[in-house]
Design a protein around this ligand. Structure first.
Ligand code: UDX
Length: 382
Protein backbone atom coordinates (compact mmCIF):
# COMPACT_ATOMS: atom_id res chain seq x y z
CA UNK A 1 0.00 0.00 0.00
CA UNK A 2 2.83 2.33 0.95
CA UNK A 3 4.69 1.61 -2.30
CA UNK A 4 1.66 2.32 -4.50
CA UNK A 5 0.86 5.44 -2.54
CA UNK A 6 4.33 6.87 -3.10
CA UNK A 7 4.67 5.50 -6.68
CA UNK A 8 7.87 7.07 -7.97
CA UNK A 9 7.34 10.34 -6.11
CA UNK A 10 9.35 9.51 -3.02
CA UNK A 11 13.06 10.28 -3.14
CA UNK A 12 15.69 10.01 -0.44
CA UNK A 13 18.83 12.06 0.05
CA UNK A 14 21.37 12.79 2.76
CA UNK A 15 22.04 16.19 1.17
CA UNK A 16 19.63 18.42 3.07
CA UNK A 17 20.50 21.50 1.03
CA UNK A 18 19.40 19.75 -2.16
CA UNK A 19 16.10 18.79 -0.54
CA UNK A 20 15.31 22.22 0.92
CA UNK A 21 16.58 24.60 -1.76
CA UNK A 22 13.65 24.50 -4.14
CA UNK A 23 10.82 23.19 -1.92
CA UNK A 24 7.32 24.67 -1.59
CA UNK A 25 6.92 23.12 1.84
CA UNK A 26 9.49 21.63 4.20
CA UNK A 27 8.33 19.30 6.98
CA UNK A 28 10.37 19.08 10.19
CA UNK A 29 9.87 15.78 11.99
CA UNK A 30 12.98 15.44 14.17
CA UNK A 31 12.81 14.32 17.79
CA UNK A 32 12.24 16.57 20.80
CA UNK A 33 13.59 14.32 23.57
CA UNK A 34 13.09 14.83 27.26
CA UNK A 35 15.64 16.88 29.19
CA UNK A 36 16.66 15.93 32.73
CA UNK A 37 14.25 18.55 34.13
CA UNK A 38 11.31 17.19 32.09
CA UNK A 39 11.31 19.98 29.49
CA UNK A 40 11.47 19.27 25.73
CA UNK A 41 14.91 19.49 24.13
CA UNK A 42 14.49 21.69 21.03
CA UNK A 43 18.12 21.46 19.90
CA UNK A 44 17.39 19.28 16.84
CA UNK A 45 14.41 21.32 15.65
CA UNK A 46 16.47 24.49 15.89
CA UNK A 47 19.40 22.97 14.02
CA UNK A 48 17.08 22.02 11.15
CA UNK A 49 15.43 25.47 11.17
CA UNK A 50 18.86 27.08 10.86
CA UNK A 51 19.84 24.74 8.01
CA UNK A 52 16.61 25.62 6.21
CA UNK A 53 17.23 29.37 6.67
CA UNK A 54 20.70 29.05 5.21
CA UNK A 55 19.54 27.01 2.24
CA UNK A 56 16.12 28.00 0.86
CA UNK A 57 16.21 30.01 -2.34
CA UNK A 58 12.46 30.59 -2.80
CA UNK A 59 9.42 31.37 -0.66
CA UNK A 60 8.36 28.35 1.34
CA UNK A 61 6.25 27.05 4.18
CA UNK A 62 8.07 25.30 7.01
CA UNK A 63 5.78 22.73 8.61
CA UNK A 64 6.57 21.57 12.13
CA UNK A 65 5.45 17.99 12.76
CA UNK A 66 7.69 17.51 15.79
CA UNK A 67 5.92 17.72 19.15
CA UNK A 68 6.96 21.12 20.48
CA UNK A 69 5.93 23.19 23.51
CA UNK A 70 3.29 25.83 22.91
CA UNK A 71 4.86 28.95 21.40
CA UNK A 72 7.75 27.10 19.72
CA UNK A 73 6.37 27.64 16.20
CA UNK A 74 6.40 31.40 16.81
CA UNK A 75 9.95 31.16 18.08
CA UNK A 76 11.05 29.07 15.08
CA UNK A 77 9.53 31.56 12.65
CA UNK A 78 11.59 34.38 14.23
CA UNK A 79 14.73 32.22 14.20
CA UNK A 80 14.21 31.30 10.54
CA UNK A 81 13.54 34.86 9.41
CA UNK A 82 16.57 36.20 11.25
CA UNK A 83 18.88 33.54 9.81
CA UNK A 84 17.66 33.68 6.16
CA UNK A 85 20.50 33.98 3.66
CA UNK A 86 18.45 34.66 0.52
CA UNK A 87 15.75 37.29 0.01
CA UNK A 88 12.75 34.97 0.39
CA UNK A 89 9.60 34.72 2.53
CA UNK A 90 9.23 31.88 5.01
CA UNK A 91 6.29 31.11 7.22
CA UNK A 92 5.83 28.39 9.81
CA UNK A 93 2.81 26.09 10.17
CA UNK A 94 2.12 23.59 12.92
CA UNK A 95 1.00 20.12 11.86
CA UNK A 96 1.33 17.70 14.77
CA UNK A 97 1.34 13.97 14.03
CA UNK A 98 -0.54 11.32 15.96
CA UNK A 99 1.35 8.24 14.85
CA UNK A 100 1.70 5.24 17.12
CA UNK A 101 4.66 2.87 16.91
CA UNK A 102 4.06 -0.01 14.52
CA UNK A 103 1.02 1.55 12.81
CA UNK A 104 2.51 4.73 11.31
CA UNK A 105 1.36 4.15 7.72
CA UNK A 106 -2.22 3.37 8.77
CA UNK A 107 -2.22 6.29 11.22
CA UNK A 108 -1.14 8.58 8.38
CA UNK A 109 -3.38 7.41 5.55
CA UNK A 110 -6.40 6.77 7.78
CA UNK A 111 -5.77 9.42 10.42
CA UNK A 112 -8.74 10.29 12.64
CA UNK A 113 -7.99 13.94 11.88
CA UNK A 114 -5.36 16.22 10.40
CA UNK A 115 -4.54 19.19 12.62
CA UNK A 116 -3.10 22.29 11.01
CA UNK A 117 -2.12 25.45 12.85
CA UNK A 118 -1.47 28.57 10.79
CA UNK A 119 -1.33 32.35 11.21
CA UNK A 120 -2.19 33.45 7.64
CA UNK A 121 -4.73 32.59 4.94
CA UNK A 122 -1.91 31.75 2.53
CA UNK A 123 -0.33 29.24 4.89
CA UNK A 124 -3.70 27.68 5.67
CA UNK A 125 -4.53 27.40 1.94
CA UNK A 126 -1.22 25.66 1.24
CA UNK A 127 -1.75 23.16 4.08
CA UNK A 128 -5.31 22.44 2.91
CA UNK A 129 -4.00 21.84 -0.61
CA UNK A 130 -1.32 19.44 0.65
CA UNK A 131 -3.84 17.38 2.63
CA UNK A 132 -6.76 17.51 0.15
CA UNK A 133 -5.89 14.15 -1.48
CA UNK A 134 -6.00 12.40 1.92
CA UNK A 135 -9.72 13.13 2.14
CA UNK A 136 -9.67 13.19 5.94
CA UNK A 137 -11.28 15.52 8.50
CA UNK A 138 -9.15 18.65 8.89
CA UNK A 139 -9.05 20.79 12.03
CA UNK A 140 -7.66 24.21 11.11
CA UNK A 141 -6.73 26.37 14.10
CA UNK A 142 -4.05 28.81 15.26
CA UNK A 143 -0.46 27.61 15.65
CA UNK A 144 -0.59 27.65 19.45
CA UNK A 145 -3.86 25.72 19.55
CA UNK A 146 -2.43 23.10 17.18
CA UNK A 147 0.62 22.70 19.39
CA UNK A 148 -1.66 22.32 22.40
CA UNK A 149 -3.93 19.76 20.66
CA UNK A 150 -0.99 17.39 20.38
CA UNK A 151 -0.04 17.59 24.05
CA UNK A 152 -3.63 17.63 25.27
CA UNK A 153 -4.40 14.49 23.22
CA UNK A 154 -1.37 12.48 24.32
CA UNK A 155 -1.70 13.56 27.94
CA UNK A 156 -5.41 12.75 27.96
CA UNK A 157 -4.65 9.19 26.79
CA UNK A 158 -1.87 8.87 29.39
CA UNK A 159 -4.32 10.12 32.00
CA UNK A 160 -6.96 7.63 30.86
CA UNK A 161 -4.49 4.75 31.27
CA UNK A 162 -3.31 6.01 34.67
CA UNK A 163 -6.91 6.39 35.80
CA UNK A 164 -7.60 2.76 34.89
CA UNK A 165 -4.40 1.68 36.65
CA UNK A 166 -5.51 3.58 39.74
CA UNK A 167 -8.96 1.96 39.56
CA UNK A 168 -7.28 -1.44 39.01
CA UNK A 169 -5.29 -1.11 42.22
CA UNK A 170 -8.48 -0.24 44.09
CA UNK A 171 -10.28 -3.17 42.40
CA UNK A 172 -7.71 -5.51 43.96
CA UNK A 173 -8.40 -4.11 47.41
CA UNK A 174 -12.19 -4.24 47.15
CA UNK A 175 -12.46 -7.53 45.26
CA UNK A 176 -13.60 -6.23 41.84
CA UNK A 177 -12.20 -7.19 38.41
CA UNK A 178 -10.85 -4.23 36.40
CA UNK A 179 -11.40 -5.96 33.05
CA UNK A 180 -15.08 -6.42 33.84
CA UNK A 181 -15.21 -2.83 35.09
CA UNK A 182 -13.61 -1.55 31.86
CA UNK A 183 -16.05 -3.60 29.76
CA UNK A 184 -18.96 -2.12 31.67
CA UNK A 185 -17.62 1.40 31.22
CA UNK A 186 -16.85 0.98 27.51
CA UNK A 187 -20.50 0.87 26.40
CA UNK A 188 -20.86 4.51 27.40
CA UNK A 189 -20.00 6.39 24.22
CA UNK A 190 -18.78 9.32 26.28
CA UNK A 191 -16.08 7.04 27.69
CA UNK A 192 -15.42 4.79 24.66
CA UNK A 193 -13.78 1.38 24.57
CA UNK A 194 -10.17 2.38 23.83
CA UNK A 195 -7.23 2.80 26.21
CA UNK A 196 -9.05 1.27 29.16
CA UNK A 197 -6.54 -1.57 29.64
CA UNK A 198 -4.97 -1.50 33.08
CA UNK A 199 -1.45 -2.89 33.18
CA UNK A 200 2.15 -2.28 34.04
CA UNK A 201 2.07 1.44 33.14
CA UNK A 202 2.54 3.30 29.88
CA UNK A 203 5.97 3.57 28.27
CA UNK A 204 7.30 4.60 24.87
CA UNK A 205 8.68 7.74 23.35
CA UNK A 206 5.58 9.91 23.67
CA UNK A 207 3.37 9.61 26.76
CA UNK A 208 6.16 9.78 29.37
CA UNK A 209 7.88 12.65 27.56
CA UNK A 210 4.78 14.65 26.64
CA UNK A 211 3.18 14.47 30.09
CA UNK A 212 6.39 15.75 31.68
CA UNK A 213 6.87 18.45 29.04
CA UNK A 214 3.34 19.87 29.48
CA UNK A 215 3.59 19.74 33.25
CA UNK A 216 6.93 21.57 32.99
CA UNK A 217 5.45 24.17 30.64
CA UNK A 218 2.49 24.77 32.98
CA UNK A 219 4.85 25.28 35.90
CA UNK A 220 6.83 27.81 33.86
CA UNK A 221 3.60 29.75 33.46
CA UNK A 222 2.93 29.52 37.20
CA UNK A 223 0.14 26.95 36.84
CA UNK A 224 -0.07 23.59 38.56
CA UNK A 225 -1.42 20.99 36.09
CA UNK A 226 -2.71 18.67 38.78
CA UNK A 227 -4.33 15.99 36.61
CA UNK A 228 -1.29 15.42 34.40
CA UNK A 229 0.97 15.47 37.44
CA UNK A 230 -1.16 12.74 38.97
CA UNK A 231 -0.94 10.65 35.78
CA UNK A 232 2.86 10.87 35.91
CA UNK A 233 2.93 9.83 39.56
CA UNK A 234 0.49 6.95 39.14
CA UNK A 235 2.48 5.69 36.15
CA UNK A 236 5.84 5.65 37.89
CA UNK A 237 4.28 3.75 40.81
CA UNK A 238 2.50 1.34 38.44
CA UNK A 239 5.70 0.31 36.68
CA UNK A 240 6.85 -1.50 39.81
CA UNK A 241 3.54 -2.90 40.95
CA UNK A 242 4.38 -6.46 39.84
CA UNK A 243 7.80 -6.29 41.45
CA UNK A 244 6.18 -5.27 44.75
CA UNK A 245 3.74 -8.17 44.49
CA UNK A 246 6.63 -10.57 43.87
CA UNK A 247 8.58 -9.19 46.85
CA UNK A 248 5.51 -9.69 49.03
CA UNK A 249 5.27 -13.30 47.86
CA UNK A 250 8.97 -14.28 47.90
CA UNK A 251 10.81 -11.69 50.06
CA UNK A 252 14.03 -11.99 48.01
CA UNK A 253 15.17 -13.15 44.57
CA UNK A 254 18.75 -14.18 45.36
CA UNK A 255 19.66 -17.24 43.27
CA UNK A 256 16.16 -17.58 41.82
CA UNK A 257 15.73 -18.21 38.12
CA UNK A 258 13.37 -15.55 36.75
CA UNK A 259 11.72 -15.80 33.32
CA UNK A 260 10.95 -12.41 31.78
CA UNK A 261 8.48 -12.53 28.88
CA UNK A 262 8.36 -9.31 26.86
CA UNK A 263 10.81 -6.40 27.02
CA UNK A 264 9.46 -3.71 24.68
CA UNK A 265 7.08 -1.00 25.96
CA UNK A 266 4.26 -2.51 23.90
CA UNK A 267 3.85 -5.21 21.24
CA UNK A 268 4.62 -4.42 17.59
CA UNK A 269 7.84 -2.45 18.13
CA UNK A 270 11.46 -3.03 19.13
CA UNK A 271 11.43 0.24 21.09
CA UNK A 272 12.53 0.05 24.72
CA UNK A 273 12.18 3.71 25.63
CA UNK A 274 10.58 3.99 29.08
CA UNK A 275 9.69 0.28 28.94
CA UNK A 276 8.62 -0.96 32.40
CA UNK A 277 10.77 -4.08 31.82
CA UNK A 278 13.92 -1.98 32.34
CA UNK A 279 13.02 -0.73 35.84
CA UNK A 280 12.00 -4.24 36.89
CA UNK A 281 15.04 -6.03 35.43
CA UNK A 282 17.34 -3.50 37.09
CA UNK A 283 15.78 -4.20 40.49
CA UNK A 284 15.74 -7.98 39.98
CA UNK A 285 19.42 -8.04 38.99
CA UNK A 286 20.26 -5.94 42.04
CA UNK A 287 18.49 -8.55 44.16
CA UNK A 288 20.60 -11.39 42.72
CA UNK A 289 18.05 -12.86 40.29
CA UNK A 290 19.21 -15.02 37.38
CA UNK A 291 17.05 -13.75 34.53
CA UNK A 292 16.25 -15.50 31.29
CA UNK A 293 14.45 -13.01 29.01
CA UNK A 294 12.43 -13.50 25.83
CA UNK A 295 11.12 -10.92 23.38
CA UNK A 296 10.40 -11.60 19.68
CA UNK A 297 12.10 -8.38 18.50
CA UNK A 298 13.37 -6.43 21.51
CA UNK A 299 16.26 -8.59 22.74
CA UNK A 300 18.78 -7.04 20.33
CA UNK A 301 18.26 -3.59 21.85
CA UNK A 302 17.95 -4.89 25.41
CA UNK A 303 21.25 -6.76 25.05
CA UNK A 304 22.99 -3.43 24.36
CA UNK A 305 21.92 -2.25 27.83
CA UNK A 306 22.27 -5.60 29.57
CA UNK A 307 24.75 -7.87 27.78
CA UNK A 308 24.45 -11.58 28.48
CA UNK A 309 26.30 -12.52 31.68
CA UNK A 310 26.68 -11.33 35.25
CA UNK A 311 25.39 -7.95 36.47
CA UNK A 312 26.34 -7.34 40.09
CA UNK A 313 25.02 -10.27 42.09
CA UNK A 314 22.52 -11.30 39.38
CA UNK A 315 22.78 -12.44 35.76
CA UNK A 316 20.89 -12.22 32.49
CA UNK A 317 20.56 -14.59 29.52
CA UNK A 318 18.31 -14.41 26.46
CA UNK A 319 16.00 -17.13 25.18
CA UNK A 320 14.82 -17.77 21.62
CA UNK A 321 11.34 -18.79 22.73
CA UNK A 322 9.05 -18.18 25.73
CA UNK A 323 9.29 -21.90 26.48
CA UNK A 324 13.09 -21.75 26.68
CA UNK A 325 12.86 -18.80 29.11
CA UNK A 326 10.35 -20.63 31.29
CA UNK A 327 12.36 -23.87 31.52
CA UNK A 328 13.21 -24.50 35.19
CA UNK A 329 12.22 -20.97 36.29
CA UNK A 330 11.12 -20.20 39.85
CA UNK A 331 8.92 -17.33 38.73
CA UNK A 332 7.88 -15.47 35.61
CA UNK A 333 7.11 -11.84 34.80
CA UNK A 334 5.08 -10.86 31.74
CA UNK A 335 5.75 -7.27 30.63
CA UNK A 336 4.54 -7.17 27.00
CA UNK A 337 1.44 -8.56 25.32
CA UNK A 338 3.16 -10.10 22.27
CA UNK A 339 1.13 -12.69 20.33
CA UNK A 340 4.00 -15.16 20.82
CA UNK A 341 3.61 -14.76 24.60
CA UNK A 342 -0.19 -14.89 24.55
CA UNK A 343 0.14 -18.19 22.67
CA UNK A 344 1.86 -19.84 25.67
CA UNK A 345 -0.77 -22.09 27.25
CA UNK A 346 -1.42 -22.08 31.02
CA UNK A 347 -0.30 -25.74 31.08
CA UNK A 348 3.12 -24.76 29.68
CA UNK A 349 3.85 -22.66 32.81
CA UNK A 350 2.93 -25.62 34.98
CA UNK A 351 5.02 -28.16 33.10
CA UNK A 352 8.09 -26.05 32.22
CA UNK A 353 8.66 -24.02 35.40
CA UNK A 354 10.15 -25.30 38.63
CA UNK A 355 7.54 -23.27 40.51
CA UNK A 356 4.48 -22.26 38.47
CA UNK A 357 4.43 -18.68 39.78
CA UNK A 358 3.45 -15.99 37.27
CA UNK A 359 3.21 -12.19 37.60
CA UNK A 360 1.39 -10.83 34.56
CA UNK A 361 1.47 -7.08 33.86
CA UNK A 362 -0.83 -7.35 30.83
CA UNK A 363 -3.74 -9.45 32.11
CA UNK A 364 -3.24 -11.96 29.31
CA UNK A 365 -4.90 -15.01 30.88
CA UNK A 366 -8.35 -15.67 32.32
CA UNK A 367 -7.97 -16.23 36.07
CA UNK A 368 -9.87 -19.51 35.95
CA UNK A 369 -7.67 -20.96 33.17
CA UNK A 370 -4.52 -20.36 35.22
CA UNK A 371 -6.17 -21.75 38.34
CA UNK A 372 -7.30 -24.87 36.48
CA UNK A 373 -3.75 -25.40 35.20
CA UNK A 374 -2.40 -25.18 38.75
CA UNK A 375 -0.53 -21.89 38.20
CA UNK A 376 -0.17 -19.39 41.05
CA UNK A 377 -1.10 -16.30 39.11
CA UNK A 378 -0.96 -12.60 39.97
CA UNK A 379 -2.17 -9.97 37.48
CA UNK A 380 -3.37 -6.35 37.60
CA UNK A 381 -6.67 -5.28 39.15
CA UNK A 382 -8.20 -8.75 39.29
C1 UDX B 1 1.22 7.08 21.40
C2 UDX B 1 -0.10 7.62 20.83
O1 UDX B 1 -1.04 6.54 20.72
C3 UDX B 1 0.12 8.29 19.48
O2 UDX B 1 -1.10 8.86 19.01
C4 UDX B 1 1.17 9.39 19.63
O3 UDX B 1 1.43 10.03 18.41
C5 UDX B 1 2.46 8.79 20.21
O4 UDX B 1 2.18 8.12 21.45
P1 UDX B 1 2.68 4.88 21.12
O5 UDX B 1 3.55 5.45 22.18
O6 UDX B 1 3.33 4.29 19.91
O7 UDX B 1 1.67 6.02 20.57
O8 UDX B 1 1.83 3.71 21.75
P2 UDX B 1 0.36 3.48 22.34
O9 UDX B 1 -0.23 2.34 21.60
O10 UDX B 1 -0.44 4.70 22.44
O11 UDX B 1 0.71 2.96 23.82
C6 UDX B 1 1.46 3.75 24.72
C7 UDX B 1 1.64 3.01 26.02
O12 UDX B 1 0.41 2.89 26.73
C8 UDX B 1 2.17 1.57 25.87
O13 UDX B 1 3.11 1.31 26.88
C9 UDX B 1 0.94 0.72 26.07
O14 UDX B 1 1.24 -0.57 26.54
C10 UDX B 1 0.19 1.53 27.09
N1 UDX B 1 -1.27 1.28 27.09
C11 UDX B 1 -2.04 1.60 26.01
C12 UDX B 1 -1.87 0.76 28.25
O15 UDX B 1 -1.20 0.48 29.25
N2 UDX B 1 -3.23 0.57 28.24
C13 UDX B 1 -4.02 0.87 27.17
O16 UDX B 1 -5.24 0.68 27.26
C14 UDX B 1 -3.40 1.41 26.02
Amino acid sequence: MCKNFAAGRLHYTTDYAAAYRDADAIFIGVGTPERADGSADLTYVKIVARQIAETVERDCLVVVKSTVPIGTNDELECLLREALVHDVQVEVASNPEFLAQGTAVRDTLQAARIVIGTESREAEAKMLEIYKPFNLPIVSVSRRSAEMIKYASNDFLALKISYMNDIANLCELVGANVQDVARGMSYDERIGDKFLNAGIGYGGSCFPKDTKALEFLARRFGYELKTVKAAIEVNSRQKLTLYRKAVQRLTCFDGLKVAVLGLTFKAGTDDLREAPSIDNVELLLGQGADICAYDPVGTGNFRKMYPEGRHGCGSIAYAKSPQEALQGANLCFIFTEWQEIKAVTPDAYKTLMRMALVFDGRNIYPLQAMKDAGVEYYSIGR
